[in-house]
Design a protein around this ligand. Structure first.
Ligand code: CP
Ligand code: NVA
Length: 309
């Protein structure tokens, strides 16, 4: 069975730790690892726009000695009826790995079905697991370890980042709180899977309404846009229900005094996060963005190695 990275819980706690240790080594010795030397190619497909994911994969694949092939899928047959399963089987004959940013998670699993090269989730409507590897790397850098650290994610608790914080945070042994307004709750299936993982790792998961209760004493305070890609014209009023969940100096004051603030970016300054917090001393958002590069390089190297065994 080919090992893929389609959701955060595709890595066991031990495997996640191994990837994060490799990410730290790759950051310290940036150009020392070249498992894609040849070069071997990696195809990176985008159904949705991107800045960080696109450039960090393109630079990272090149740094690993490989050839990135970046594809905006509207220039392909993806959007006009070619089966993604057929497309995956074709492209896997050309490349060492595939990376895909798309809408529904079933599009990603279709691409990955029956292929013998690893497939990586570069963001779906359900999850953003590469982002979480970067977030966890940042937390390890600041606190030495993730074990027993408390993290609160406030805002859209129904989106991909909320789901990935639940699964990846539980895998990392963290105490994860997710708080959002009524109508924007996480998937019950994801919450129960995260609780199951937390029971093995010594972490915990809690879903709550009150952002101040969530932020109380945490080491990491995280948020994301209130309007994810594809939701721009769904007709829902988001500003009114989400306003109490803004990360501002008052909410940050409820966290631990050494707390760091994370945001996967792009930020909508003045909505989910204020300028004062984004640009303040507790913000780790640019280290977090940098770590996309190192964490994804480590993930690709690890996936290529385990699939070669
Ligand atoms: N955080 C993140 O995935 O950013 P992009 O949408 O720019 O890739
Ligand atoms: N939740 C956001 C994350 C962007 C990186 C989105 O899906 O648009």
């Amino acid at each position: 069975m080919t090992r893929h990275f389609l959701r955060d819980d595709d890595l066991s706690p031990q495997e996640q730790a191994t990837v994060l240790e490799l990410a730290a080594e790759m950051k310290a010795a940036r150009f020392a690892y070249r498992p894609l030397e040849g070069p071997r190619s990696v195809a990176v497909f985008f159904d949705k726009v991107s800045l960080r994911t696109r450039l960090s994969f393109e630079a990272g694949i090149a740094e690993l000695g490989g050839q990135p092939i970046i594809v905006d899928t509207q220039a392909t047959h993806f959007g006009r009826g070619e089966s993604l399963s057929d497309a995956g089987k074709v492209v896997s004959r050309y490349v060492a790995a595939m990376v895909f940013r798309t809408t529904g998670d079933e599009r990603l699993t279709d691409l990955a079905s029956g292929v013998s090269v690893p497939v990586v989730n570069a963001l779906t409507d359900g999850f953003h697991p590469c982002q979480l590897l970067a977030d966890l790397q940042t937390i390890r850098e600041r606190f030495g370890s993730t074990t027993n650290r408390k993290l609160a994610y406030v805002g859209d608790a129904a989106n991909n980042m909320a789901h990935s914080y639940l699964l990846a945070g539980a895998t990392a042994g963290m105490h994860v709180r997710v708080a959002g307004p009524s109508g924007f709750d996480p998937s019950p299936a994801v919450v129960s899977r995260a609780a199951e993982i937390a029971a093995w790792t010594g972490g915990s998961v809690e879903v709550m309404r009150d952002p101040f209760e969530a932020a109380d004493g945490v080491d990491v305070l995280a948020t994301d846009t209130w309007t994810s890609m594809g939701q721009e014209s769904d007709g829902k009023d988001r500003l009114t229900p989400f306003r109490p969940y803004q990360i501002n100096e008052k909410l940050l004051a409820a966290a631990a005094s050494e707390a760091i603030v994370l945001h996967c970016l792009p930020a909508h300054r003045g909505e989910e996060i204020t300028d004062e917090v984004m640009d303040g001393p507790q913000s780790a958002v640019f280290d977090q963005a940098e770590n996309r590069l190192h964490a994804q390089k480590a993930l690709l190297a690890w996936l290529l190695a385990v699939n070669a065994e």
